[in-house]
Design a protein. Structure first.
Length: 367
């Protein structure tokens, strides 16, 4: 293999982190880059979450990043990197074809270079393009990258549920004994929700759900779940009644709050600022449940990144609710459950396959 020209201006080798879900591509890139004396492959990662943990331990000079990956796509990870602590990134993907929208977004988010690879024969292509790849990494190492906030917008301050509704009062008057399950999830939540909802019987209590998901996706997600679950599953619309045997999923980009009129529970769906940098926000839903359902509620927090839902779950517990967190072993990301546990808002920690069973046990023991 012909080696890339060494970068004489560099006194130290360029430390590279390779992020790609394909083991073949990771191996090929490692061989190509390691063959150049000016470059050192410090680590590889099959997805952005593992990459993030490696970056926390040791900062690379350059990252090569695929677009299509499990758990988090490359563009989202690129955006996260450039917003927090910018590192030069070379995108390397079959989706970065010239003129494609994803290319424009990658450059907008701060990628230094785009390398196209075919969907088929990626290894051969990379080997044939070794000089191009090495040169792209060397150029990236010298690039002056800026925070994403200077390229697009300053990140909004991290707001709490206070912007949507006030904290629940210590002595709310609960005019109904009807039970409600309130559930929050993020990364990995779509599959976790499927498993949970499929386990529920027809007579399950009313369920309100916030799953962090882009606009337009929640409707299709709800329809798919409705086809395979015994309970009715639908994307919530403003004023929908919360009924036994029905699960309402908050629409993408809108907050959802539980309300009560006499003995009737219903949901309010409305726009508003990002809360915990999310809309819909689990914290907003949980606070509303603390206020209007209190001791009649069961809270469940599932797999997900960040801390959305932790404060709201603490408020639910103070209002008399019983709260359950998904355990670390069954989570894709243990962020949200961990934060809720840390704040003291959780009474039980269970694996995913036990959550529905426990929720129904609690419901029947107080029915």
């Amino acid at each position: 293999m012909t080696r890339c020209l060494p970068e004489v201006e560099m006194s130290d080798s360029i430390r590279v982190l390779i992020v790609d879900d394909s083991a073949v591509v990771r191996l090929a890139l490692t061989e190509i880059l390691s063959a150049d004396p000016a470059i050192e492959v410090m680590a590889t990662a099959p997805d952005p979450l593992i990459a993030a943990s490696k970056i926390d331990k040791e900062r690379p000079d350059v990252i090569t990043l695929d677009v299509e990956m499990p758990r988090m796509d490359g563009l989202s990870f690129l955006k996260q990197i450039m917003a927090k602590e910018p590192i030069p990134v070379v995108m390397c993907s079959s989706l970065t074809e010239k003129g494609a929208e994803v290319t424009m977004k990658a450059l907008q988010y701060g990628a230094v270079e785009i390398i196209n690879k075919p969907r088929m024969g990626a290894r051969q292509f990379l080997e044939d393009s070794h000089v191009l790849i090495c040169d792209a990494v060397k150029a990236a190492a010298k690039a002056r990258v800026r925070r994403l906030s200077t390229l697009i917008n300053e990140p909004a301050p991290k707001l709490t549920a206070d912007v949507m509704l006030s904290q629940p009062r210590p002595t709310e008057n609960f005019e109904t004994t009807a039970k409600v399950i309130a559930l929050g999830a993020s990364t990995g939540g779509t599959e976790a929700l499927r498993i949970f909802l499929q386990e529920l019987p027809y007579d399950a209590p009313g369920i309100v759900i916030v799953q962090h998901m882009p606009q337009h996706f929640t409707s299709a997600f709800a329809r798919r779940l409705n086809d395979i679950c015994r309970v009715e599953v639908k994307e919530a619309t403003d004023g929908d009644t919360v009924l036994p045997g029905r699960a309402l999923i908050a629409p993408g980009t809108l907050h959802m709050m539980l309300k009560r009129s006499g003995t009737r529970y219903y949901v309010q769906v409305k726009d508003g600022p990002l809360v915990c940098r999310h809309r819909p926000s689990v914290d907003v839903l949980f606070r509303s449940v603390a206020r209007y359902a209190g001791m009649n509620a069961t809270g469940i927090i599932m797999t997900g990144m960040g801390d959305d839902g932790a404060r709201g779950m603490q408020e639910m517990k103070k209002a008399g609710a019983v709260n359950i967190a998904q355990d670390e072993e069954s989570c894709v990301v243990f962020g949200m459950p961990h934060e809720a546990i840390k704040l003291g808002g959780v009474q039980k920690v269970l694996p995913l396959d036990k959550l529905a069973q426990e929720a129904m046990r609690l419901y029947r023991s107080t029915a």
